[in-house]
Ligand binder design. Structure first.
Ligand code: UD1
Ligand code: MN
Length: 439
């Protein structure tokens, strides 16, 4: 009822404005002055916006500086693990270039070309990023599109096209069984047959950001040397424009939630997983404690992948309601010239906990009503599963949990933006572990 009333009021106001505008445009005399007034007010608003943005920028720079200082002090003192950084002049760190094989999953969508064109356009060096396209489904038109790339990509085809027999109630999920079967085969090809030691896993319906290869190159040493990391992902599950700081494209996080959708692992992890690889729902299986073993992934503030796969194995509703809003980064960051050691656990955790819990605690209502007298970060605390879900939903965040971990969460903390302010949806300061019953 109240909503209806609101709709009428809004519609009424709009209509009134329209009529006013028409009258105003048709009256030549007063219109010049009014246009001038409107222009002045617009200019003022623009100046305000510029101001806010530059403040936000300064805040980001301060944050990053602080992080880098911590990393310098701690990591240098603790002697960075061998090979983590190549010696570089002037304090900056450069990355010894690793070979990262790019494994693209395809099935029956000829639009794989949209993805492959971007991969070939953005990869800085074919020798460092050999591309394998693994095709399932045996679809001829798709096979022809891939073959069209000639020797620029290695085209392999999943040989087992046998039907998967399932009980009636699971039949509608057959696609997920096929995907898992394909993943097992293709990952084994990449690691066991072609002997790659690091693989970046992509899917045929992903757009990628121009700096994606720099991102994976620069985070590779972290993955190799920090045993508490098990992957690097290009995806922010809460990455829609209204919930991120799109100008903080350099900002990265550790995440206890496995994001997938453009992710890199090493052979060490594959050797651990290959013999128990699941028959279906491989991504949720990865999120189970028995596989994750408390390890984290690196993920960005601003996604380096975005899916355009409206038609696929899962229904298009999730795409329409959520996936299509994920913002793809368009401000390339020179990651390989940056010091990434702040993301090592020993540097990150003390800083992260300190930072999050030093932000003022507020309620959702105070945040929404703009009752906060400063522009710094704030924290909204959740105690129960339902409390988390309710608040997440109101804030337009993903509200689901897998094995107790909220999407993007690190130590239970979900980081996002709300009207130019950094907000952390966080458990109590004495948090120690996830409650596996939260789902
Ligand atoms: C969703 C996930 C996807 C994950 C999959 C498995 C999102 C946006 N996507 O798939 O990352 O891998 O669940 O749980 O959350 N494919 C095959 N064989 C098939 C069908 C599809 O290999 O029989 C390939 C596709 O080419 C594609 C990938 O598997 O590269 C995912 O398939 P898609 O149809 O895009 O399903 P999603 O619902 O996006
Ligand atoms: Mn998809």
């Amino acid at each position: 009822m109240r909503q209806k009333l609101l709709v009428y009021v809004v519609a009424g106001t709009l209509l009134w404005s329209l009529v006013y505008l028409l009258v105003f445009v048709n009256r030549p005399n007063g219109s010049v002055r009014r246009t001038e007034e409107t222009l002045n007010s617009l200019t003022e608003q623009l100046a305000d916006l510029q101001n806010t943005l530059s403040q936000q920028n300064a805040e980001n720079r301060r944050l990053l500086d602080a992080l880098n200082k911590i990393a310098d002090n701690r990591a240098v003192a603790a002697a960075a693990p061998a090979g983590l950084v190549a010696p570089a002049a002037g304090g900056g760190a450069t990355v010894a270039a690793p070979v990262i094989a790019v494994l693209v999953f395809a099935c029956n969508r000829v639009t794989v070309s949209r993805h492959l064109d971007q991969v070939l356009r953005y990869r800085p060096d074919p020798a460092r990023f050999p591309v394998i396209v693994s095709q399932d489904c045996g679809d001829r038109p798709t096979a022809e599109v891939i073959a069209g790339y000639g020797s620029a990509v290695k085209h392999i085809q999943q040989p087992d096209q046998s039907d998967i027999v399932l009980p009636a109630k699971e039949k509608k999920f057959k696609g997920y069984f096929k995907i898992a079967r394909h993943y097992r085969w293709a990952l084994s090809q990449a690691f066991d047959t072609f002997n790659h030691s690091t693989v970046l896993i992509l899917e045929d319906d992903l757009d990628i950001a121009p700096d994606i290869f720099d991102y994976f190159t620069s985070t590779y040493p972290l993955l190799r040397d920090d045993p508490t990391l098990w992957c690097v992902s290009a995806w922010n599950d809460n990455g829609k424009l209204s919930r991120i700081n799109a100008s903080a494209a350099e900002l990265l996080y550790r995440s206890d939630f496995f994001p997938g959708l453009g992710w890199m692992i090493t052979d060490k992890l594959w050797h651990e997983l290959r013999d128990k690889w699941p028959k279906s729902y491989w991504d949720d299986w990865m999120r189970e404690p028995a596989q994750r073993l408390d390890r984290a992934c690196i993920r960005p503030e601003v996604s380096r992948t975005r899916t355009f796969g409206k038609k696929g194995v899962s229904n298009g509703l999730f795409f329409e309601k959520h996936l299509k809003f994920i913002h793809l980064n368009d401000r390339p960051v020179p990651f390989t010239k940056m010091d990434m050691r702040y993301l090592l656990r020993e540097n990150y955790d003390p800083w992260f906990v300190d930072h999050v819990y030093s932000c003022q605690e507020v309620t959702y209502t105070e945040l929404k009503a703009r009752q906060i007298g400063h522009k710094d970060c704030v924290r909204i605390q959740y105690v129960t599963k339902d409390g988390f879900k309710r608040t997440a939903k109101m804030l337009g965040l993903m509200d689901d949990l897998k094995s107790g971990v909220p999407r993007t969460g690190y130590r239970g903390v979900v980081s996002f933006m709300y009207e130019d302010r950094r907000v952390y949806l966080a458990p109590r300061p004495d948090w120690t572990k996830y409650d596996l019953t939260w789902s």
